[in-house]
Design a protein around this ligand. Structure first.
Ligand SMILES: Nc1ncnc2c1ncn2[C@@H]1O[C@H](COP(=O)(O)OP(=O)(O)O)[C@@H](O)[C@H]1O
Ligand SMILES: [Mg+2]
Length: 441
């Protein structure tokens, strides 16, 4: 399946005329943010917290897709996305905190990010020369850090999940006005334990413009496909231009299948960075860095040698000025909708229609500054095997399952305690060192 986003029609521009607030599970859906090939992305407010700082993003399966001939396949893909999204807990990946069904249709809820996709930054800022190379490399190095985490994710038993994003693209990289760069949209991501690994059909997934040759040939995709996509994004950062120019998808696919990868660099481009990027966009996956961690290390050392060190502060200043009007309009629109809602005294959701499959605290756990985020999140594994085709549950069961998440969104949740894995690891290391010291005294 190839996907070109239709959501670039209204990228992050909030248009109040498009929709009116509608109750949806624990939320009131306020406005449509984007609509892609599979899902619809909404800004929503928890029904019991109608304030602008409590807003969330809810992603649902498109109604026409859910009712179409391939409904089951899309539904499975959407549930796989929800399941994976709930597992991911990293500073450079958007945070998902709830997944479930409302009236039989799946959804998941994420933090609402205020900012712009890298795609939009490129199209708005480049022509003014306001998107410096160092800033783009910083954004992409952070994206690569998020990908490294996803690639090395393990299940609760410690077995590698073999996650590959498969749609690493400027549209799926989000740069908030304040805060860290976030990777979005694991919609076509695949864990190796799925159909592909078991000899199932290999679908063409992700955007053609960032696809790796082996994906175009429908050979098995592995993390090195994401390395290739990150390499193309970096090449575009260096040249300030699209990698595949105006070629049609068919022409690009043909070039990819024949391992014809252009080399768009010239003498003015930074040779050290070009060397890193050339390695990442090798047609033969064996000739690329074998893990995305290697790419990350190279990018970090390149950034460290730059006078700016990839500091994003100047870009944030540009974004604050450039998008001030758009941002102000969005906030005013949302504030108006919230006020209107508050005036109509919203009531609690109808439990019979709402089934929560998994929920965790809305806020991210706070890690000590020196400890990197966990590489496996046991608490989110509860979604495994829970998201299925089971019919809507009986009323009492729904009411029971709806309660904790309602509390979660009000901030008074009976929360599942999550001890960060790095903390446990640090304690174990200290204990082991102590044991060794005592034994060798
Ligand atoms: N959590 C979020 N906060 C703000 N905007 C978001 C969020 N998630 C998605 N978006 C916006 O919606 C667009 C589509 O979301 P995405 O998850 O990529 O769905 P699709 O499968 O349709 O590509 C993104 O490109 C981004 O502009
Ligand atoms: Mg997307």
């Amino acid at each position: 399946m190839t996907r070109e986003p239709s959501h670039t029609l209204f990228p992050n521009s909030l248009d109040a005329s498009r929709t009116r607030a509608k109750p949806f599970g624990n939320f009131h859906v306020l406005i449509k943010l984007a609509e892609g090939a599979m899902g619809v992305v909404w800004v929503a407010a928890p029904w019991d917290r109608l304030t602008s700082d409590a807003l969330v993003v809810v992603k649902t399966l498109r109604a026409d897709v859910a009712a179409g001939p391939e409904a089951e396949a899309f539904r499975d893909m959407f549930l796989a996305e929800a399941r994976l999204a709930m597992r991911l807990e990293h500073r450079h990946i958007v945070r998902t905190f709830e997944a479930g069904f409302v009236s039989g249709s799946g959804y998941f809820a994420m933090e609402y990010l205020r900012g712009q996709t890298l795609h939009r930054l490129r199209s708005k800022l480049r022509k003014h020369g306001s998107l410096p190379l160092d800033a783009e490399v910083r954004i992409l190095a952070d994206t690569v850090a998020g990908l490294h985490y996803a690639h090395t994710l393990r299940d609760a038993d410690g077995a590698p999940l073999g996650v590959v994003h498969r749609d690493v693209a400027a549209q799926n990289i989000f740069v908030p006005y304040t805060g860290e760069t976030k990777l979005l949209d694991f919609g076509v991501a695949r864990a190796s334990a799925t159909a592909e690994a078991h000899g199932g059909p290999i679908a063409l997934a992700g955007r053609v413009r960032y696809m790796a040759p082996e994906q175009a040939r429908r050979e098995r995709s592995d993390p090195r496909g994401d390395i290739f996509a990150a390499g193309l994004l970096l090449a575009e950062a260096i040249t300030g231009d699209r990698f595949w120019k105006d070629g049609s998808d068919e022409a690009i696919l043909e070039a990819l299948r024949e391992n014809r990868i252009p080399d768009p660099f010239h003498a003015d481009h930074d040779p050290a960075l070009v060397k890193i990027v050339r390695a990442a966009i090798q047609a033969d996956p064996d000739a690329r860095p074998q893990t995305i961690h290697a790419l990350r290390t190279d990018l970090e050392s390149w950034l460290n040698r730059r006078p700016t060190r990839g500091d994003l502060a100047p870009l944030r200043g540009t974004m604050a000025t450039f998008f001030a009007e758009e941002r102000g309009k969005a906030e005013r629109t949302l504030a108006t909708l919230l006020e209107e809602l508050a005036g109509t005294a919203p009531s609690a959701p109808a439990p019979s229609e709402h089934r929560i499959l998994a929920a965790k605290p809305r806020e991210a756990p706070v890690y000590p500054a020196s400890v990197p985020p966990a590489t496996s999140v046991r608490s989110a594994g509860e979604l495994d095997g829970t998201v299925d085709d089971a019919p809507a549950p009986a009323l009492e069961e729904s009411a029971k399952s709806a309660a904790p998440a309602a509390a979660t969104s009000s901030g008074t949740a009976r929360q599942k305690s999550t001890i960060p894995v790095p903390l446990i690891a640090a304690v174990l290391v200290v204990l082991a060192a102590l044991g060794w010291f005592l034994a060798h005294r």
